[in-house]
Design a protein around this ligand. Structure first.
Ligand code: FES
Length: 156
C-alpha cells in the first residue's frame, strides 16, 4: 500500500497543508502514487482519495483532466510533443509524423518493448523554441528529425 511504501513522502506533502485543506495535496500525492505504481491505477486513486478524505471519483476526474497523470501503463520514457498552434506553425505535425516513424508507433501508443510512449500535448510554454517536447518532463528544444533520432538512439 502507498501509505506504507511511501509514508515519509506522503507525510512531507501533507505537512505543507493545514489539516482542513488536505484535499489540496491531491496532485503531489498523485505524483507519488504514479512514481510508485508507474501510472494512476484504480488502487492508487482509491488510496489517494482515502488519504485526503474525498471520493475516489473526484481524484479520478483530476487524473483524467491532466495529461501528466497516466491512466494506463506507459513506457520507461514518456515523450510529449507539443502540437499546439505556435508549434504547428514551426512544423510540429511533420515532426510528430517523424517521431511516429522513428519509434514505429502512433501517438498514444507504447513501443512493444515498453521503452517509449508517444503523446501529443497542448502548449508547454516554450513556443519560442519550437518544435519542443518533454521526455519524462525534461524539456528538449528546437528539435529536428536528426536531433530527435540521436536523442532516441542515445537513451539507455
Ligand atoms: S505551442 Fe508548443 S510550446 Fe507553446
Amino acid at each position: 500500500m502507498l501509505r506504507e511504501k511511501r509514508a515519509q513522502d506522503i507525510e512531507k506533502v501533507l505537512a505543507k497543508y493545514p489539516p482542513e485543506r488536505r484535499r489540496s495535496a491531491v496532485m503531489p500525492l498523485l505524483y507519488i502514487a504514479q512514481e510508485e505504481y508507474g501510472y494512476c491505477t484504480p488502487e492508487a486513486i482509491r488510496e489517494v482519495a482515502e488519504i485526503i478524505g474525498c471520493d475516489p471519483t473526484e481524484v479520478k476526474s483530476i487524473v483524467g483532466f491532466y495529461t501528466m497523470f497516466y491512466e494506463q501503463p506507459v513506457g520507461k520514457y514518456v515523450i510529449d510533443v507539443c502540437d499546439d498552434l505556435p508549434c504547428a506553425l514551426r512544423g510540429a505535425d511533420r515532426f510528430v509524423s517523424h517521431c511516429e516513424k522513428k519509434l514505429g508507433i502512433r501517438v498514444g501508443e507504447t513501443t512493444p518493448d515498453g521503452k517509449f510512449t508517444l503523446n501529443t500535448v497542448m502548449c508547454i510554454a516554450a513556443c519560442d523554441r519550437a518544435p519542443v517536447l518533454q521526455i519524462n518532463k525534461q524539456y528538449r528544444y528546437a528539435l529536428d528529425e536528426q536531433t530527435f533520432d540521436r536523442m532516441i538512439d542515445e537513451l539507455p
